[in-house]
Unconditional design. Structure first.
Ligand code: BDR
Length: 317
């Protein structure tokens, strides 16, 4: 049984990833920790509960994390995910925030890892603020984890938020720096360019969204805005391949739940640029080993998309 903590800023692709996680075989979600990011923390909390409600899994504990980055100014991805993070469609039946656990996200991560040493895989699909604080509170936290999977950063200085920066890293560069520096557990990174290259064709998404279930109807409703944006010529120009929809967070999650999902990767030490005028928040790959870091991250280069399609179909059943 794989034990997971999901650190999220739900978000359309985070919602898809969560739906895969709750339907993946042999996976137990020990907690969901919420962070600012795609939308405000309050919306993220509400969105997480909305997704869990659709999946009939409100039993999974949800924890409140940080509502702003460590030092940077707060920013959200409202253009793409909608102001509320889930496409701005009203949901009068959304569960109330009274369902949240009292413990704060960083403390919850530490407790779960302490109780399950060496067994917990942490999947981070948000800015890394909660993870950065957790390791400051307990420097031994990463050693208690089995692995860390991150959606974030970039490998070819191709940004989606700044000239060179990917959203999750740009939204809290200091946190990303701390995490890449201090998490010495096996660390897998699904960076922006890889996600773009792995976009899945529109014909797949059209078929997927027409699945005749309550979950598919929900996902169709919340994805309409971002899919419209992603289909536009202007957006397609921005992405590397531009041939379909890129469900970024889903790649990190799928890699965490299925050991055979990654088909090609490379190991390299990485860090985050904190100072540059155009490059703040950009992930830096240390191929020449000038940083003398012992720890190398596994950069995901390609994955089994047929497996992913099966996971996505299972997620909406
Ligand atoms: C990342 O930023 C967010 O908008 C997505 O949810 C994903 O986590 C892509 O840069």
């Amino acid at each position: 049984m794989k034990k997971l903590i999901l650190d999220v800023d739900i978000g359309v692709d985070d919602a898809q990833a969560l739906m895969i996680a709750v339907t993946a075989p042999d996976v137990e979600i020990l907690g969901i920790t919420c962070c600012h990011g795609n939308t405000s923390l309050d919306n993220v909390l509400k969105n997480t509960l909305r997704v869990l409600q659709v999946c009939n899994r409100l039993d999974i504990p949800v924890y409140k994390g940080f509502s702003r980055p460590l030092l940077a100014s707060k920013q959200h991805a409202s253009d793409y995910h909608g102001k509320d993070g889930l496409g701005d469609v009203p949901d009068p039946d959304a569960p109330g925030l009274d369902l949240l656990k009292k413990k704060k996200a960083a403390q919850a991560m530490l407790k779960i890892a302490r109780e399950n040493p060496g067994e917990v895989t942490l999947v981070a699909t948000a800015p890394l603020t909660n993870l950065a604080v957790a390791v400051q509170l307990d420097p031994s936290f990463p050693k208690k984890l089995k692995a860390l999977y991150i959606m974030g950063g970039n490998t070819d200085s191709r940004g989606n938020t700044t000239v060179c920066g990917e959203f999750n890293f740009v939204a809290d560069p200091e946190a990303a720096y701390i995490v890449l520096d201090r998490y010495t557990c096996p660390t897998y990174i699904a960076a922006w360019e890889f996600c773009c290259r792995s976009s899945i064709s529109w014909s797949f998404w059209d078929e997927w969204l027409s699945t005749n279930t309550k979950k598919a109807a929900f996902i169709k409703k919340i994805s309409t805005l971002s899919m419209k944006k992603a289909r536009s010529a202007e957006y397609q120009k921005e992405v590397v391949a531009g041939k379909g929809f890129n469900p970024c967070d889903v790649f990190a999650l799928a890699a965490a739940v299925d050991d055979g999902f990654i088909t090609e990767s490379e190991e390299v030490a990485v860090t985050v640029e904190l100072d540059g005028r155009n490059t703040r928040g950009m992930m830096v790959m240390d191929y020449m080993e000038q940083l003398k870091k012992d720890h190398k991250a596994v950069i995901i280069k390609s994955v089994d998309l047929e497996k992913l399609k099966k996971m996505l179909f299972r997620a909406v059943q």
